[in-house]
Design a protein. Structure first.
Length: 94
C-alpha cells in the first residue's frame, strides 16, 4: 500500500470502534491522519476534537512523509545516474 501512497496504520480497537461509530453517525465526517505526529483527528461532539495515536512502520512513515513512496519512479528519475553506474560496472567486469 505504501507504494501506492496509501498509509496503513494500526490503532487500538476501542479507538477504531469510536471512529466507526462517529462515521456511522455522520458519513461526511472529515478525518485527518497526521503521519508526522502519528495520530488521527476528527470532530467529536460539539467543538471537541477527538484524537488517538496510531502506529505505522518507520520505513513507511518516512517514505510517505518525504514523498518517496514509489521505487519505480525513483529508478526512472535516476535513469542517467544508473547508466553511468552500469558503465562503471562494465569497466570493472561486474
Amino acid at each position: 500500500s505504501t507504494n501506492l501512497s496509501i498509509p496503513c496504520v494500526k490503532a487500538n480497537k476501542s479507538d477504531i470502534t469510536a471512529l466507526a461509530a462517529a462515521v456511522e453517525q455522520n458519513p461526511s465526517l472529515e478525518i485527518a491522519l497526521d503521519l508526522l505526529n502519528l495520530e488521527v483527528r476528527y470532530a467529536g461532539h460539539g467543538l471537541h476534537v477527538e484524537r488517538f495515536k496510531v502506529e505505522i512502520a518507520a520505513s513507511a512513515q518516512s517514505s510517505l512523509t518525504n514523498g518517496r513512496w514509489d521505487p519505480i519512479a525513483d529508478l526512472l528519475e535516476a535513469g542517467d545516474l544508473l547508466e553511468v553506474f552500469d558503465a562503471r560496472l562494465a569497466r570493472v567486469g561486474v
